[in-house]
Design a protein around this ligand. Structure first.
Ligand code: ADP
Ligand code: MG
Length: 677
């Protein structure tokens, strides 16, 4: 067997040295000449100037990836030409035909040829202009590239001429220019895209996929320029017919419908560095990817990782993990402070001071959220509760078209029934008294009953003595206060060992206990960090922690910040770190493990973000680790203590991880559900 195998392999080796491999080997030997000393040197290759046509094809490879790239480039040219009306027609997803007509300034007939020449542009004069770009285009590559790889017809008429002129090309071949009848502006027709670049053509997807990309390219320009009338038709069907408008929200609605448009929250910021205008959206309309983050810089759609990170940061605590915000933001900065020439399609840019823009964006949005009421409504989690006459003013969702009791679907009724059933099965359910509702239960009422007697406490319920909870004031209230309200029921109660149920004058609130506690702790940690009074626990025997070299570098670099949140470290040589002290609030956790997690958070913060944001992130993490968990049973006094603190912080509506902290059912919703009204 062994012999056979050996034979097999030796035969295989012998036969499998293919002829062409041998030839390649001898070729490469031949290509080397022996020097006098006997060493081999490579034969010198010949350098040639590439023909223009090949240069164009190479450029086209970068700029024109698919039909949508043609649409993008030509739309941008029309905008640069000052058009107030642009019409786009595509057939076969752009693979058969793309025609774009505008009423812009047009091109002088004498310059038609030049417009299609590589590196020919009317938008730059000298290299200084390159650092102060105020047009969408400037590289003079697009038309030359498109013409090189398609059958193109360029028709254009300027205002001072009574006729238009037409230039037809097929790849590098050009026909003579001839007059044609048309109104002022430019029409460019592109057929048979990639006809002479078969590999590119092969990579094209189905017409409907390509059409999807065309629509996206159209959307980006149409969003950036709402004051331009725009039409998009595909195979003779009008897909979008957009009137010029000065209200951005109208255009957003035209593309994304009522769900998004009704959830828009306007934001604005203006200082000497950057102007931000536009909309973020209510967290209820998040997405699983960031494609609905429309950022425009000086009218140009851009993607920028740092700014996307700023958006996620601004929504921290408002979205579930893995969900991404939806927003539409126009930013304006001095063109001299941004380099738009770092990417062939200019979708990425480089800011001179990206940190400043990052923090402006983050703080503008955060500030907006802090001044808004974002309590999640029951309908947002799919309970199908009618809310068209929601009595609670909800400034962020002024006129959502939500289902009314008449048109609530059968599906959501089922959800409602399930919900009702789950409520009935809660053994400790006690109805609220008919009268005597406190005006503000979070503030006014103190716990009535003394803490649940020890016998009723499950073995896991040692929370009152848990050092993690020390930071919440669970101490008994003054006796006379308790006596005064002795007949008032507890401010709320716990269900499923994870939610707290309470009321306010406007309705009923169900609160996630972990999320609420986490939020409260976060604020407490933050206050203490700011006043430098965060308690730390000194280790009796300092712990040595073995880290990776990246982690230890990050740890030492962030030593001061770590000290602010209670971790005292120093280098022990190599990648070892000595941990001398850690935050007392985390005393239940393994300090080494916590340090690792903090470092991980620091490293994933990655970008050059400002120290405050990193610190916030670390404090969030500590709050999460220290907070009570779902499943922890709470005593009445603990419940009350939590609920009382709920209004101490203005943004307790969502936990820092993104789950909502509270679901709100208005009294009117309840009355409707019980068919009282
Ligand atoms: P760029 O936009 O970078 O200048 P292009 O290859 O896209 O390069 O266009 C070359 C030139 O053709 C532009 O600079 C402009 O002068 C002219 N041009 C292209 N499209 C239009 C249009 N729709 N209307 C008027 N002029 C146009
Ligand atoms: Mg251009």
């Amino acid at each position: 067997m062994g012999y056979n195998l050996g034979l097999y392999f030796s035969q295989f080796r012998f036969h499998s040295t293919p002829f062409n491999v041998k030839r390649a080997l001898s070729d490469s030997l031949e290509s080397k000449r022996r020097t006098e000393q006997g060493a081999f040197i490579a034969r010198m290759p010949i350098i040639r100037q590439l023909p223009v046509s090949l240069v164009n094809k190479i450029a086209a490879g970068e700029v024109i990836e698919r039909p949508a790239s043609v649409v993008k480039e030509m739309l941008e040219n029309s905008i640069d030409a000052g058009a107030s009306m642009i019409e786009v027609l595509v057939e076969g997803g752009g693979t058969d035909l793309i025609r774009i007509s505008d009423n812009g300034c047009g091109i002088d007939p004498e310059q038609l040829e030049l417009a299609l020449a590589p590196h020919a542009t009317s938008k730059l004069k000298d290299s200084e202009d390159l650092f102060d770009v105020r047009t969408l285009g400037f590289r003079g590559e697009a038309l030359a590239s498109i013409a090189e790889i398609s059958h193109l017809t360029l028709r254009s008429r300027i205002a001072s001429s009574d006729s238009g002129y037409e230039l037809r090309t097929q790849g590098p071949e050009r026909e003579a220019i001839k007059p044609c009848a048309m109104s002022v502006g430019t029409t460019i027709e592109v057929r048979h895209l990639f006809f002479n670049t078969p590999v590119r053509r092969k990579f094209m997807k189905t017409p409907s996929t390509e059409m999807g990309h065309v629509v996206e390219a159209f959307t980006r320009v149409a969003l950036a320029f709402p004051n331009v009338q725009m039409i998009l038709s595909s195979n003779d069907r009008v897909q979008y017919e957009l009137a010029a408008t000065s209200r951005w929200a109208d255009r957003i609605r035209a593309f994304f419908g009522d769900e998004i448009a009704d959830a828009l929250i306007s934001v604005e910021h203006d200082d000497d560095k950057v102007k931000v205008r536009g909309y973020v959206t209510d967290p209820s309309v998040s997405r699983s990817n960031n494609r609905m983050q429309y950022l425009f810089l000086n009218g140009r759609y851009i993607r920028d990782r740092a700014l996307q990170h700023a958006l996620s940061e601004a929504y921290r605590g408002l979205l579930m993990v893995g969900r991404m915000p939806v927003c539409f933001l126009q930013m304006e900065i001095d063109p001299k402070t941004v380099d738009v020439n770092v990417h062939p399609t200019k979708v990425e840019v480089r800011f001179e001071d990206s940190g400043a823009i990052y923090s402006r964006l983050l703080h503008t949005i955060r500030h907006r959220f802090l001044t808004s009421n974002l309590v999640a409504k029951a309908r947002d989690v799919g309970l199908g509760i009618p809310s068209s006459s929601d009595p609670i003013p909800h400034p962020l969702t002024p006129n959502r078209n939500l289902p009314t009791s008449e048109n609530t679907s059968a599906g959501s009724n089922t959800a409602l029934m399930d919900w009702a059933r789950s409520q009935q099965s809660v053994p400790t359910f006690r109805p609220f008294p008919e009268s005597g509702f406190p005006t503000d239960p979070f503030r006014a009422v103190l716990p009535v009953q003394p803490a649940t007697p020890p016998t009723a406490i499950s073995p896991t319920n040692n929370i009152a003595t848990d050092p993690l909870l020390d930071s919440i004031d669970f101490s008994p209230k003054p006796l006379d206060a308790l006596e005064l309200i002795g007949s008032t029921p507890a401010v709320g109660f716990q269900i499923h060992n994870r939610y707290l149920v309470t009321q306010d004058e406007a309705g009923m609130v169900i609160i996630d206990q972990h999320a609420l506690h986490e939020r409260i702790l976060f604020e407490q940690i933050k206050t203490k960090v700011l006043s430098k009074s965060l308690a730390r626990q000194r280790m009796l025997v300092p712990a040595t922690v073995q880290l990776t070299s990246a982690e230890s570098a990050m740890a030492l670099e962030s030593k001061e910040m770590l000290a602010e949140i209670g971790f005292e470290i120093e280098s022990f040589g190599g990648d070892m770190i000595v941990l001398n002290a850690y935050p007392s609030i985390l005393s239940k956790r393994a300090p080494e493990e916590m340090l690792r997690q903090v470092l991980e958070a620091l490293m994933s913060g990655g970008k050059k973000v400002n120290a405050q944001d990193v610190l916030d992130e670390l404090m969030n993490m500590m709050a999460c680790k220290a907070a009570i968990k779902a499943g922890d049973r709470l005593s009445d006094s603990e419940i009350s203590a939590l609920l009382e603190q709920r209004d101490l912080y203005h943004d307790t509506h969502h936990c820092p991880h993104g789950r909502p902290t509270a679901l709100f059912f208005s009294r009117e919703q309840l009355d409707k559900m019980f068919k009282r009204i």
